[in-house]
Design a binder for this molecule. Structure first.
Ligand SMILES: *Cc1c(COP(=O)(O)O)cnc(C)c1O
Length: 425
């Protein structure tokens, strides 16, 4: 499609967009009494209006039923997480028994590493990406130290090539082969939080298995954003947070995936708790742990249903929309934003550099833009003028045009505000 950088053209794209109506399903903050242009759904998704009813339901059941709510609430609390299995499995390309919701992201990755990182003197190394999200770096360092290894010996980072912003799949695979039978685990962010690069999860997973390692993915920036086929890709485990693209609210519960090939493996160590115990026998208070055969077998504590409620509202909305429709709009919206940025760049000679790959199969809903020559004052200008963006040192703004609630007209309007911000300096 040939794009035009005009309001009329953007409005026409919105008129043709079957997902445009979902914009009204969200609460938008206001600046100067006007709804903002929201580009930080990769950090905290907007609140779906329908979430409140889900929370209220639990508050009411708690008020009216108290402890009986575990079994007699409208949606009984004791197995509330099972309501996620079907819709969430479709979002990440899994079988329903392969997904569950519990805890928070870094906690879940730690717990999954109890099962999938069992180093010995020979096979103890972990491959991850250079400049991984800090929480992931701290997690990996503390895990290898916990097992008595030194991070500088056990953690192998994949570097960018000189002068490049993103990491080549060939380099990841070459490194996996090089580390070979010393490799215990590959654990990478499926979408890099800084550059927005989407990794070739299928090829990397296969390469890791080829040398006998486990392969897990941190899907913080991928869940609800990228077409995932975790089951078919044969991924061992994955976890993601629900508050970024999944719009479940600040700090909310994490989702987990454990491939079904591991569900009956009694040799896999894990940290257990009563909520992972055989469902039919859970309240018999037996002394020996008998795990549920599924991702639910990694549950530990009884469920924080108040926080799961807005997550469920959101997951049901994703199910209604479907990932294919979402991704189709995502690609068009991102391409339109990219086009707008290039147009504005030509008008103001801004010398912007988009460091996110331009190939649609290597990116999703995020463009990270290096604003050469533009300082933090431009970021402040954008924020004052109703554009919520995110700033990363040294000089990068990250723009996530989330297809569920951002419009083509938002992209046009953003371009105009950006242009004024640069010209006014
Ligand atoms: C957002 C994010 C996290 C956050 O972890 P929490 O445990 O939810 O605080 C971790 N890893 C990556 C890659 C992220 O993008």
């Amino acid at each position: 499609m040939i794009f035009e950088n005009t309001k009329a053209f953007a409005q026409q794209l919105d008129a043709q967009d079957s997902l445009h109506k979902y914009r009204d399903e969200f609460h938008f903050p206001k600046v100067n009494d006007k709804q903002v242009i929201y580009f930080t759904g990769n950090s905290l998704g907007l609140q779906p209006k329908r979430a409140k009813a889900y929370v209220d339901e639990i508050m009411n059941d708690w008020a009216n039923l108290a402890v009986e709510g575990h079994f007699y609430a409208e949606k009984p609390w004791w197995d509330y997480q099972e309501r996620f299995s079907k819709p969430l499995s479709k979002i990440v390309g899994a079988k329903p028994a392969e997904v569950t919701v519990m805890n928070t992201l870094t906690v879940n990755l730690h717990l999954l590493m109890v099962s999938f990182y069992q180093p010995d003197a020979k096979r103890f190394k972990i491959i991850c990406e250079e400049k991984a999200f800090p929480s992931d770096q701290y997690m990996l360092q503390s895990q290898v130290q916990f097992h008595g290894f030194k991070p500088e010996e056990a953690i192998v980072e994949i570097n960018r090539r000189e002068g490049e912003h993103t990491i080549c799949t060939e380099d990841v695979i070459a490194k996996i082969n090089e580390v070979g039978d010393e490799l215990a685990l590959v654990l990478i962010g499926g979408v890099n939080y800084y550059t927005g690069q989407v990794f070739n999860m299928k090829a990397i997973t296969a390469a890791g298995h080829q040398v006998g390692a486990y392969v897990g993915w941190d899907l913080a920036h991928a869940a609800g954003n990228v077409k995932l086929e975790l089951h078919d890709w044969n991924v061992d485990f994955a976890a993601w947070c629900s508050y970024k693209y999944m719009n479940a609210g600040p700090g909310n519960a994490s989702g987990c995936f454990v491939h079904e090939k591991h569900h009956h493996n009694a040799d896999l160590p894990r940290f257990a708790g009563w909520w992972g115990h055989n469902k039919e026998r859970r309240f018999k208070m037996e002394p020996n742990f008998d795990p549920v055969h599924g991702a639910d077998g990694w549950q530990i504590s009884n469920l924080p249903v108040l926080s799961l409620a807005p997550y469920l509202a959101s997951v049901e909305m994703f199910d209604e929309v479907g990932m294919d429709a979402l991704i189709e709009k995502r690609d068009q919206l991102t391409a339109y934003l990219e086009f707008t940025l290039h147009e504005i760049d030509k008008e103001v000679q801004g010398n912007f550099e988009i460091i996110t790959p331009s190939n649609p199969s290597e990116r999703a809903c995020q463009l990270s833009v290096f604003l050469h020559g533009e300082g933090r004052s431009l970021f402040d200008y954008l924020m004052k003028n109703g554009v919520i963006v995110d700033w990363r040192e040294p000089n990068v703004i990250r723009l996530a045009p989330v297809p569920l609630y951002c419009s083509f007209e938002d992209m046009y309007n953003f371009g105009q505000i950006l242009k004024r911000g640069i010209l006014e300096k």
